[in-house]
Design a protein around this ligand. Structure first.
Ligand code: ZN
Ligand code: ZN
Length: 112
């Protein structure tokens, strides 16, 4: 009977050790945290306007509205009187005139 006590103590110690080990291993899992979304500065041509994919990371605006990537868009912004001649940007995107205009990327759709 006396020998049972030390054995159970040993077992508890072994379990605690195992738990400590598995916890330690878990913290090594951070290395797979490679989100490549910021590695693609420009959206593909098939991106739906207004979607998460429709984003020009280089200029911080929706790709479908990025006059710096697609100069063909300039005319339509000018036609809508939405143009900052000083900074050569759509006025609605010109953060140099008003930092509050900074565009916010639409959230990533769930399940992607
Ligand atoms: Zn751009
Ligand atoms: Zn401006």
């Amino acid at each position: 009977m006396l020998s049972m006590l030390p054995r159970s103590v040993l077992m508890v110690a072994a379990i605690l050790f195992a738990l400590g080990c598995s916890k330690d291993n878990h913290s090594h899992g951070d290395s797979h945290d490679h989100d490549h979304s910021h590695d693609e500065p420009h959206a593909s041509a098939t991106a739906e306007p207004g979607s998460y994919e429709d984003w020009c990371g280089g200029h911080g605006v929706p790709e479908s509205k990025c006059t710096r990537c697609n100069s063909a868009l300039v005319a339509s912004f000018k036609a809508n009187n939405d143009w900052c001649a000083e900074h050569e940007l759509p006025a609605s995107q010109c953060v140099k005139c008003d930092p509050n205009r900074k565009a916010i990327r639409p959230p990533k759709p769930a399940g992607k």
